[in-house]
Design a protein around this ligand. Sequence first.
Ligand code: PHE
Length: 360
Amino acid sequence: MTDLEKLESETLNQIAAADSEAALEAVRVGALGKKGAISALLATLGRMSPDERKTQGARINALKDVVTERLAGRRAALEQAALEARLKSEALDVTLPAPPSALERGRLHPLSQVMDELAAIFADMGFSVAEGPDIESDDYNFTKLNFPEGHPAREMHDTFFFSPGADGKRKLLRTHTSPVQVRTMLTQKPPIRVICPGRTYRCDSDQTHTPMFHQVEGLVIDETTHIGHLKWVLEEFLKAFFEVKSVNLRFRPSFFPFTEPSMEVDVQCKRQGGEIRFGEGEDFMEILGCGMVHANVLRNCGLDPDTYQGFAFGVGIDRLAMLKYGMPDLRDLFEGDLRWLRHYGFRALDFPTLAGGLSG
Ligand code: PHE
């Protein structure tokens, strides 16, 4: 066997034995690379006589061609094998349901959903959202809202008080969202149109009361707003919220220290089994408190009641959520039970809009 024949059989054996693309590349470099065996042979051609070069050159080039061709063949075979192995390991049954993404699995609490719905409804009527702290001063929660010192209405709220501070004054957990009215009037010039959703606290606990609950306050102040506007806003709000064509409201005289006149509002409804429908039926259900902002409150907040007037209303958000989404027990809202949340919760990206449908 000549040296060339030996080199050829060795190289072809190595190519056949290469079991990975990396191993094959090593064989290629060993034969055809800059310092490879065949390249070294080709480099000797220049030193040969023309006759020798003719015969040897043809042989060496033939060897180079065979090796190049085998390398390409082996590479294609290895690539094919790798592809097949990958296809096998990545087999996907397209008939299986797609596993839900983390985003899909997470749920928005129905109260968050309802607050987003309220913001969308009132934004459409030109209201913005105002916020205040859960820990309030007695002054903002009661005094500026026209609750006289020692008035029984302060007791009616079952207030959680903190121990007196250095100034001798007791802070408290706000008992309603109405202090945000005060904060808004003290910092914004009329015309004012805000809703103030948030947590509120009263020392009370049974099937329909929890020590922490949620309210949304509405406040409109300008020079001409009257009870007719209040009635229209409440009707539009309740129609949009309950997604019904019409609602029938009943206004009953009531008392709140910060409004005059004060009213409680009932919505006409039909109770059937466990279900409640609005806009029809013989029953009425109390749903919110409202009234024209009391002159004393305007004065306490630096507004002249001879120039400015307006209305306010307060609604329990938990109650709204329970009525709209059929949740029977208030306490479930605050249990943090995942099964309940999966059932009553909302998808995070289904943001409520009036155009797209509030509850999706
Ligand atoms: N703050 C009142 C309550 O919690 C509700 C209310 C708000 C009534 C605004 C009238 C006007 O009972």
